[in-house]
Design a protein around this ligand. Structure first.
Ligand SMILES: Cc1ncc(COP(=O)(O)O)c(C=O)c1O
Length: 376
């Protein structure tokens, strides 16, 4: 937790549940990424947290943006981003969204299929297009495999088609899965991209860009490699496969940029047991899966907790949210332990919750209001 967040929580004691996010920390993370990968242009993945203060700060720093929808494109423009700093990175776009983005001046679009490419040829003539390929997501705690991307052979054929349809065949993208904990995933993906580059060169199409996607991890309960290790691995693989003919490099960090900048402040609503001798206590919070903690699905992302009793004796717990839905159970199998002194009314903090929380929160499931947000 940054000192600014700690002071805000102490001085203001905002109503829970809420997210408190230190925008200075986002700037620090942007600079850390630039230092780790100085040759890459940063396209912040807006979906991780689309709040205006974040987009405005990043615009001021010269960041570009990866938008998933026309609405996200609009948010970037409203924050002062130039249209040429926006990539429409979703490979599944409504025609109306493509038209609106193109009319607003956006000229970079992702695709992974022929029907999507056809839409782009019709509604975004001459635009720079890049094809997302399927890559291994092993090592990712929140995998993004299968739904997006195509086989490399298909990518090759589609890029030739892109040229023939009057589009600018710009490059290739991939995503190694979010919260990727291994640097090798990027190295393997870059090797696949290099194959597509060389196949296309032989076919007379010279690609110019590699989009390395997101995936850079945040420390939750377990240690993760430093961002510098990802930078070194990526640059090593780029030089190995492209030599001194390096293409432009783009990265689309979401989680890394905002994750550790935010803390959710929550309240314990109930501590109970299912039987008198049951060693496991159930701890119910005023935030759960539907309040924004969607990434606890399958206990994939394991947030760290802070309580007022840290350092005292602990016991095993199951942690759940406040709604009348049994899928609103956050952690049952991940060996969470919390202080035995924890009781109803205690405030607890969920660390590193700046990414993929507020935008997942339901509007009023079970009547609970959307998660409150404080950007400081
Ligand atoms: C196209 C694209 N780029 C970037 C990201 C951001 O990934 P991460 O938050 O793991 O950095 C995502 C996440 O879903 C994505 O779909």
């Amino acid at each position: 937790m940054t000192p600014k967040i700690a002071a805000f929580l102490c001085d203001s004691a905002p109503a829970t549940p809420c997210l408190v996010l230190d925008v200075d920390r986002v700037e620090t993370n942007y600079r850390r990424l630039k230092a780790a990968l100085p040759l890459a242009r940063v396209y912040y993945a807006v979906k991780a947290n689309p709040a205006a203060p974040i987009l405005e700060r990043l615009t001021g720093l010269g960041s570009s943006f990866d938008a998933a929808s026309w609405e996200e494109v609009q948010s970037c423009l409203e924050a002062g981003a130039r249209p040429d700093a926006i990539s429409f990175g979703n490979t599944v776009k409504k025609v109306s969204a493509i038209q609106a983005a193109y009319a607003a001046g956006v000229r970079m679009f992702a695709f992974d299929s022929e029907p999507e490419l056809k839409k782009l040829a019709q509604h975004a003539p001459g635009a720079k297009v890049y094809c997302r390929i399927l890559v291994e997501n092993k090592g990712a705690e929140w995998p993004l495999s299968r739904k997006f991307g195509c086989e490399v052979e298909m990518a090759r054929d589609l890029m030739i088609l892109a040229r023939d349809w009057g589009l600018d065949p710009y490059g290739i993208s991939f995503h190694v899965g979010s919260q990727q904990t291994t640097t090798g995933a990027y190295q393997a993906a870059i090797a696949r991209v290099a194959m597509v580059f060389s196949d296309l060169r032989e076919a007379g199409v010279k690609l110019r860009m590699v989009n390395l996607g997101g995936g850079y991890p945040v420390r939750y309960r377990a240690e993760v490699p430093e961002i510098g290790e990802f930078g070194d691995a990526i640059m090593g693989a780029m030089v190995q496969h492209f030599g001194n003919d390096l293409p432009e490099m783009l990265i689309e960090p979401g989680r890394f940029m905002v994750g550790d900048a935010g803390v959710v402040s929550a309240e314990v609503v109930l501590v109970s047991r299912k039987g008198a001798d049951d060693p496991v206590r159930w701890v119910y919070l005023d935030i759960g899966r539907f309040g924004g903690l969607a990434e606890t699905e399958g206990e994939a992302i394991k947030y760290a907790f802070r309580t007022p009793h840290d350092g005292t004796r602990e016991g095993p717990v199951t942690i759940a949210g406040p709604t009348c839905d049994s899928t609103d159970t956050l952690y049952e199998k991940s060996n969470y332990r919390l202080p035995l002194a924890l009781e109803c009314g205690d405030r607890v903090e969920l660390m590193a919750t700046g990414a993929y929380v507020t935008s997942y929160a339901a509007q009023s499931f079970n009547g609970f209001k959307p998660l409150a947000e404080h950007y400081i």
